[in-house]
Design a protein around this ligand. Sequence first.
Ligand SMILES: Nc1ncnc2c1ncn2[C@@H]1O[C@H](COP(=O)(O)OP(=O)(O)OP(=O)(O)O)[C@@H](O)[C@H]1O
Ligand code: SF4
Ligand SMILES: [Mg+2]
Length: 340
Amino acid sequence: MLEDSPLLVVQDLCVSFQTRRGLVKAVDHLSFHLKKGEVLGVVGESGSGKSVSMMSVLGLIADANAKIEGSIVFRGEELIGLSGRRLRALRGSDIAMIFQDPMTALTPVYTIGWQIIEQIQAHQPQPRAKARERARALLAEVGMPNPDAQLDRFPHQLSGGMRQRAVIAMALALRPALLIADEPTTALDVTVQAQILDVIDHMRKTLGSAVILITHDMGVVAEMADRVMVMYAGRGVELAGASDLFEDPWHPYTWALLGSIPPLEGARPRRLLSIPGSPPSLIDLPRGCAFAPRCPSRFDACERRPELSSGDVHQAACFLDQAGRMRNKAIASENGVHPA
Ligand SMILES: Nc1ncnc2c1ncn2[C@@H]1O[C@H](COP(=O)(O)OP(=O)(O)OP(=O)(O)O)[C@@H](O)[C@H]1O
Ligand code: SF4
Ligand SMILES: [Mg+2]
């Protein structure tokens, strides 16, 4: 396979859950790709399908009422329909994950050292003493204070930031080609957050790992991401290079999303603020553009469903052309829903 061919290609991914209230369309024809070493920031309001879509990549949707359709190709291998065994093997080697709550990845009854050593030995069989030394080195690499002593501690004896470091050390042990980080720093204070982001960045630089970084924090996106995917109601609504997105967002939802935080310089809240109105029910999505009920720029064409085009270029699932965007953005800016 060519070096510059995409590491991950997600095409028309649909994830739905059959519930007593009806069919919840959590992810609706989502397509994106990721290159080696690239960081893709994924943003959107709560419930927009960020976690469900990325859990699908990992084969971690365990709900028996879930239906997953479309295509997820990782290094040329189709992941949808893959056996549980093969998926577990991939998760144990090429794809690593970090979640908001590090306890998701840690087992409470084993020491941190035991868990990292298991990971190292599963990946590269070697004598236990050597694996322990490697585990110590990994903890030091992720900035764990006093790594020797931490090896013999249980997860509940560590702070949240230290646990997240331990999880990242386990991920580093795999030398993954793809790291999926779902709100990895949300539960941590700002100083620890910055340290954890540094470690993820270090991982990307030293190992060339690609990273999917789900976050509510646009400051984190601006700092870390090469490209950004904005999600709304289970759909991708805008895909762009990070600087393009901040300089010239195309989708009215992105204007609102960016307008809901102050400029990136100076004080900013850690989470996005809310946008007027609420997201649509995923059981009864609007026929056309899902953002239409909240969109001040909607017009007749929006009765149809806008799609994202494919490719690397800046794109938005919106019927506004460039002139329409400029006109409506100026109005939105006057109304205070777009950064000045
Ligand atoms: N097992 C399930 N059964 C039914 N609905 C589900 C299930 N899992 C997730 N959902 C729904 O799918 C939608 C997308 O959820 P998801 O967790 O991906 O959102 P998110 O964008 O990660 O939000 P947050 O920012 O709060 O983490 C939500 O409406 C959620 O309620
Ligand atoms: S397609 Fe129409 S309703 Fe949807 S975001 Fe664009 S202008 Fe607004
Ligand atoms: Mg989530």
